[in-house]
Design a protein around this ligand. Structure first.
Ligand code: HC1
Ligand code: SF4
Length: 588
């Protein structure tokens, strides 16, 4: 195989290798900043990854290693005095146009720019902030925040948005030119006015600095915890327990459910409960809704040419439908998400069954998701004008800050059980919600048990497991016969399905869509870091399947605390009260 020499070490060259790629394969470190391997992104804008190449005439070329092809016989040096001098200069120039206000930055303690400064041995930032261009700050969006004075124009955010959510979203774009060049919002003056951004937060996961962050609501939660007249009810999303570990130095996928409960109890939480319980309720409502539609179609003889129904628990996907594919609104299930169902019942059933003052209750959800903040603010989910069922949503990253601000280290905490089986006890199916394919698998367990009158827990629906972008399977549902379903994650992949629905050629009766990579375990509110994005999702997904396999109840309809909800309060799935509290309409 052809070879070259880096720092005197002979390295193998693969076709089309850049110097950076060959170096990495050989375990030789070159500092980089704008480059992002998981997106195959190397815009060459930061110019930190400089190396020195010996020329045949005895001279030297200093080049960027991320976009320079490595040639056989090349002699490359990564740490010459000249390379280090230029890297430091490059770094100083980046800081000249950076608001280096680290103490209040969202990236404090976890900043790629600071890391790069360390790598190049920055000695002093003599011109830091001296040439700060007039860049915007934007706090107009429900979840996402932009601070252009922290942006280093690596363009990762623009790339991740286009790649994950597709060209119909592509909400971020480069505006202006020269020194004024900055990230802006396609077709809009502000983030809040964007009619394509779905608030999924993927951009915040890849941003190297504090330029893109999430509205921080930690203080809102401390205020509620401090207020003696308030009953705080926390709900923990299915994905949170397996997606926070990295933030406290634990291996990805570690289940820290019991530690989360301990942390919240030490903060003074009144009730710590589980969104998985309401995920089981979602399955009861959605399953009943879909089965009813399928029975109607069978009676009308139209089952062969299905009317496709989509799940509606992912708020990024719901935003996508409303913003870029509103003709799909009639295809969305009317069932609210588990977050919204939990909150509606915490404000209605819970005070009744526990003799609490409903006015004292505040619901705080801990979510892997940024778009859940947006969902919580939806007008169409208000029972009375201005009254929100979900009071505050904290992403995992905010929750991490909340824990640190309380002086706790999650990794060292003992386990505590959730408060109560009521509004907590869950099936394995509910845990599956955290991964792509999980809502579908949970729904299939219940729908097939009901229609096939099979009391046994079902084997795994292997075809909807894993991380392929589109998965499909056929299930036999009693006298309804064979029903076709599909599972999609990342909105970029859903365009094909929508296209088929529009053309009348879609073969699926029921489709699950999650906007984020691998579903909620890859949500925009999960721990961020260059080596985390996409790389840790497999471990989190396996943890989800593992928890499900160990749970005593596997299917939503077998959950005694769900059965009790219907006996005690709602009557039956799809009842009038269930419709009033657990279903919704969408914004046309
Ligand atoms: Fe999700 Fe859901 S699974 S959307 O991915 O349906 O956020 O975890 O809480 O609501 O249950 C997120 C996760 C979450 C809802 C549930
Ligand atoms: Fe400091 Fe990094 Fe924030 Fe810039 S982005 S202010 S360097 S912590």
């Amino acid at each position: 195989a052809p070879r070259a020499f880096i720092n005197g070490i002979s390295v193998v060259i693969e076709p089309n290798d850049t110097i950076l790629e060959a170096a990495r394969r050989a375990g030789i470190f070159i500092p980089t900043l704008c480059e992002f391997a998981a997106l195959n992104h190397r815009p060459g804008t930061c110019r930190i990854c400089l190396v020195d190449i010996d020329r045949a005439d005895g001279g030297h070329d200093i080049v960027t290693s991320c976009d320079t092809k490595i040639e056989p016989g090349m002699r490359i040096h990564t740490r010459t005095a000249e390379v280090r001098r230029r890297q430091r200069l490059q770094m100083e120039l980046l800081f000249a146009d950076h608001d280096e206000n680290c103490s209040s930055c969202s990236r404090h303690g976890d900043c790629e720019l600071q890391k790069a400064a360390l790598w190049v041995g920055l000695e002093g930032s003599h011109i830091s902030g001296k040439y700060l261009a007039d860049r915007r700050e934007d706090a107009s969006a429900p979840a996402m925040r932009f601070d252009g004075r922290k942006c280093i124009r690596c363009l990762r955010c623009i790339e991740v948005c286009r790649r994950v959510q597709g060209p119909n979203v592509s909400a971020l774009t480069l505006i202006d030119t020269g020194t004024g060049a900055q990230v802006g919002f396609r077709g809009a003056d502000s983030w809040g006015a964007s009619d394509v951004c779905i608030q999924c937060g993927q951009c915040s996961l890849v941003c190297p600095t504090g330029a893109i962050s999430v509205r921080d609501q930690c203080c809102d939660v401390f205020d509620l915890l401090d207020d003696d007249s308030v009953t705080t009810v926390f709900q923990i999303a299915p994905a949170v327990r397996v997606a926070i570990a990295e933030a406290f130095g634990l291996p990805p996928g570690t289940n820290v459910e019991g530690k989360i409960v301990t942390a919240l109890k030490r903060m003074g939480a009144d009730y710590v409960m589980d969104t998985r319980w309401s995920a089981d309720v979602t399955i009861m409502e959605e399953g009943t809704e879909i089965l009813e539609r399928l029975r109607e179609a069978k009676a009308a003889g139209t089952l062969e040419k299905p009317f496709t129904y989509f799940t509606s628990c992912c708020p990024g996907w719901v935003n996508y439908v409303e913003k870029v594919a509103p003709d799909m609104i009639p295809h969305l299930s009317s069932t609210r998400s588990p977050q919204a169902i939990f909150s509606a019942l915490a404000k209605t059933w819970m005070p009744k069954s526990r003799e609490l003052d409903p006015k004292s209750i505040r619901v705080i959800s801990i979510m892997p998701c940024t778009a859940k903040k947006d969902e919580a603010g939806r007008k169409l989910l208000e029972r009375r004008p201005g009254e929100k069922d979900t009071d505050v949503v904290l992403t995992i990253r905010e929750f991490t800050r909340l824990i640190r601000r309380t002086g706790l280290n999650l990794a060292e905490l003992p386990d505590t059980a959730f408060d109560t089986p009521q509004m907590t006890l869950a099936s394995g199916g509910a845990q599956l919600f955290a991964t792509t394919g999980g809502v579908m698998e949970a729904a299939l367990r219940t729908m097939s048990a009901i229609t096939n009158q099979d009391p046994q827990p079902l084997p795994p629906f292997e075809d909807v497991r894993g991380a392929r972008s589109i998965k499909e399977t056929t299930v036999h549902l009693g006298d309804l016969g064979d029903i076709r379903v599909a599972v999609v994650h990342e909105c970029a992949n859903v365009a094909k399905v929508i296209d088929m629905v529009r053309k009348g050629t879609c073969p699926y009766h029921f489709v699950e869509v999650m906007a984020c990579p691998n579903g909620c375990v890859g949500g925009g509110g999960t721990p961020r870091g260059r080596d985390i994005w996409k790389n840790n999702l497999g471990a989190r997904q396996s943890a989800v399947y593992d928890i499900d396999a160990r749970m005593p109840i596997r299917a939503s309809h077998e959950n005694p605390e769900v059965i009790r909800l219907y006996e005690d309060f709602l009557g039956a799935p799809g009842s009038r009260l269930a419709h009033e509290l657990l279903h919704c309409t969408y914004e046309d």
